[in-house]
Design a binder for this molecule. Structure first.
Ligand SMILES: Nc1ncnc2c1ncn2[C@@H]1O[C@H](COP(=O)(O)OP(=O)(O)OP(=O)(O)O)[C@@H](O)[C@H]1O
Ligand SMILES: [Mg+2]
Length: 333
């Protein structure tokens, strides 16, 4: 029996992309569908979240079963394409900063890592994914700014210190775009990932995640499955135990955890370290996740006089440069 292209499409669209956990219909993954009538074969171009031999082998098997056994074609030719954020180059690396527990310094670490990456010569953007507790605009002193959009619904990021920023805080407030209120807020991450007019040569996109281990991590997984994660904790055991949960959640979502950063690690006076927030949290999390402790950031305020951003020449700024170099290596490994 002959099937129409629409029928074939709807059958294939039921297959789940194992790298995202969503069906091909959900992600509109079929970019081309045709029939080679000479060979009685279906020809497909598919966009997959992570184009790895492991995932494409699973997909090919599932799709071949439908095409050959259920629909009776002789063969199927599938070409896979790695999903990309529209408009961004292949060099882009995406890094989520997660912690589980709130207040351990995710936003501060995100912002200062971005500054360090920029100092090293990289082009950096930040997505503030903490929709209800946005800190990034305050850290960069741009909380009164509004995102400008284009008629077709795209957004220009706010640029501060050479870093491109998007945050829900730029869309809300007294005289800001009303259409973003209410239900649209839930879709905001989608918009940030897919409709932001980042510079095309962006190298790193950092995502400041909200506390917790839940929905937002899953959204990030669906939207950008090849994003890597770092886990931030303090030395205190209560922060560490929740950071471990965040790390396991990321691992369960098959997201690559690069390592652990211990923040507020100690307070140093005259060369003597005081463990004001306890000791060992970073090591504990790293061990539990079987990852490295990438570095420890001491307690301290910027000497530059800024409330959150450290200059690259001051001691904590140097720690961030060291961490940024390590992350660059890990992300390009
Ligand atoms: N190493 C540090 N030394 C001293 N203060 C710090 C350090 N890191 C962060 N802070 C301060 O701790 C507070 C919490 O930091 P931050 O907002 O970055 O945490 P967060 O994990 O993003 O919090 P939330 O869960 O609310 O988003 C801020 O006031 C910040 O300036
Ligand atoms: Mg924060």
């Amino acid at each position: 029996m002959a099937y129409t292209l629409e029928e074939i499409r709807s059958r294939i669209e039921t297959v789940v992309d194992p790298s995202r956990g969503t069906t091909l219909k959900d992600t509109n993954a079929i970019k081309h569908l045709g029939i080679d009538s000479e060979k009685n074969a279906v020809v497909l171009l598919l966009e997959i979240g992570v184009k790895s031999p492991e995932y494409t082998a699973v997909m090919t098997r599932l799709i071949a079963k439908i095409i050959k056994m259920d629909l009776g074609f002789a063969g199927v030719v599938i070409e896979y394409e790695q999903m990309r954020i529209p408009g961004l180059g292949k060099q882009l690396k995406i890094l989520g900063i997660a912690s589980g527990k709130g207040g351990v310094g995710k936003s501060t670490v995100t912002a200062n890592l971005a500054m360090a990456l920029k100092e090293i010569g990289k082009k950096v953007g930040i997505i503030d994914a903490d929709v209800y507790g946005s800190n990034i605009p305050k850290i960069f002193d741009v909380e009164d700014q509004e995102l400008q959009g284009t008629e077709d619904g795209n957004l220009y990021p706010i640029v501060k210190n050479g870093i491109e920023l998007v945050s829900a805080a730029f869309l809300m407030g007294d005289n800001k775009v009303l259409m973003w209120r209410g239900p649209m807020l839930g879709k905001i991450l989608n918009v940030f990932f897919k409709n932001t007019l980042w510079s095309k040569d962006l190298d790193y996109l950092l995502i400041d995640l909200p506390p917790g281990t839940g929905d937002v991590m899953m959204d990030v997984k669906n939207l950008v499955p090849d994003a890597k994660m770092v886990i931030v904790t303090t030395p205190h055991i209560s922060a560490a135990s929740i950071a471990i949960k965040a790390g396991f959640a990321a691992k369960e979502l098959k997201q690559d955890v690069l390592g652990v950063i211990e923040n507020m690690a100690f307070f140093e006076v005259d060369g003597v370290r005081h463990d004001v927030f306890g000791k060992g949290g970073g090591e504990t999390v790293a061990k539990a996740l079987e990852k490295d402790l990438l570095g420890s950031i001491p307690l301290g305020q910027p000497v530059s006089g800024h409330h959150s951003l450290f200059a690259p020449s001051e001691p904590i700024g140097i720690v961030y440069l060291f961490l940024a170099r390590k992350l660059i290596k890990l992300m390009n490994a």
